[in-house]
Write a protein that binds this ligand. Sequence first.
Ligand code: SAM
Length: 297
Amino acid sequence: MRPPDKVCKNAEPFSNIRKMNKRDITGIAGSYGLAPNKRLGQNFLADDGIASKIISVISPSLDDDIIEVGPGLGALTEPLSRGCRSLTAVEIDSGLCRYLTERFAGYKNVRIEHADFLKYSAPDLYTKAVSNLPYYCASSILFKMALALKKAGLYVMLQKEMAERISAPPGGKEYGALTVTLAYYYNAKIAFNVPREVFYPRPDVASAFVKLERREETLSAAENILFHTIVKSSFWGRRKTIFRALVSSPHLSFDKDQIRNALELAGIDEKTRGEEYGVDKYCLLARLLAAGTNGKD
Ligand code: SAM
C-alpha cells in the first residue's frame, strides 16, 4: 500500500484542534447509525486532557510518517495529523471508515484504510506506530507491529495489567514470556496510567499508555526462531528450574549435556528459574544453542 501524499504543514498547537467528548461520540454515532461495538474493542477516548498527554508523549514532528491502528472516531488521528508529515489510519469497522473518510476528506496527508490490521500488509516505512489498542487482540496487533514495522517506535494504550507485564523487570511476578519476547524488539516504559472513566463506553479495567522504543535486532533469523522457542519453554511451568524447563520442553530437542553446557557458557545457574533473566541472557542462550544443534520448532 502506498503512503498518503507527503504534505508539510506547520504543526498546530493541541489547544486549536477539535476535540472528542462523550457528547460528540454519541452525536456522530447517532448520525452515522453506528453503535460502539464491544466485540471490536470499541472504547473511544473522550477526554481532552488525556488526548493532549498522549500527543505530548508521541511528540509528532513534520518528519514523521505515522500509522495508526484503530482510529475509531479520530480522537488521536486529528491532533496527530496536524503535527506529522503523513498519517495512515487502518480501521476494521466499515461504518467508522465511512465517517473517517468524510471527516478527513480535506486532509492531504491522511489516508484512511478499511482493513483488519492483522491481515493488512503494512509497508515498513513508518517512523511511529500509534494505537489505542482494541483489548480483544492487543497482543496480536503488538506482535504484528513488531514484525512488520521495524523502523517504528510504538505508542500504545493497553490494559494496565498487560502494560505492567510488558514493562516488568526480571524477577517479579509480572515478568514472563511476553515481557522477554517483546523486550527483544523494544525498550518498554509506561508513560502514564489512564483511568477507565476517560473512555466511552467505559471499559471494565484501567489502562496505561506505553512507549516502546525500537531496539536493534541482534539475532540471525535461525537464532531468532530458537530464541522464541527457548523463551516459551523457559516460562512453561513457572515452578521448574530453567534446566528442567528446557530439557522437558516439547518444543526443543537438545540433550541434557547440550543444555547444561549452553547454560554454563551463558553464566546461568541451572538451578535458577527463567524469570530471573533478562532478554540479553536469552539471546546469548539462543546463539549458543544455535551454534550447536537445531530445536524442533
Ligand atoms: N483510537 C480510537 C480512540 O482512541 O478513541 C479508538 C480506539 S478503540 C479502543 C479500538 C479501535 O480499533 C476501534 O475503532 C476498533 O474498531 C478498531 N479495531 C479493532 N480491531 C481492529 C483490527 N483488527 N484492525 C484495525 N482496527 C481494529
